[in-house]
Ligand binder design. Structure first.
Ligand SMILES: [Zn+2]
Length: 85
């Protein structure tokens, strides 16, 4: 998956990153905008909405651990569910 082809949705209503729980754009110039997010489909078919920085982190982690990006989404989702956060 190429990062260049990943287009994030700006100013989406009810945007919320499922990892960091942010809903507002972290950039100081865009404080009244929602956070740019994109919905990814995990290997198990879950819809995972992520912000740009969390997506970058997941991509980095996938490359580092040589794990499939979509599989990583499931692993992280299940970890969050177990921890109830
Ligand atoms: Zn995030």
């Amino acid at each position: 998956m190429s990062e260049i082809l990943v287009s994030f949705v700006y100013n989406k209503n009810n945007a919320r990153c499922m990892w960091c729980k942010r809903t507002r754009n972290p950039h100081p110039d865009f404080t009244f905008e929602t956070i740019p997010t994109k919905v990814f489909t995990s290997k198990k078919g879950r819809k995972i909405e992520l912000c740009f920085s969390c997506h970058e982190y997941e991509t980095f982690k996938s490359k580092k651990t040589k794990t499939d990006f979509k599989k990583n989404l499931d692993l992280k989702y299940e970890t969050l569910k177990v921890l109830n956060i």
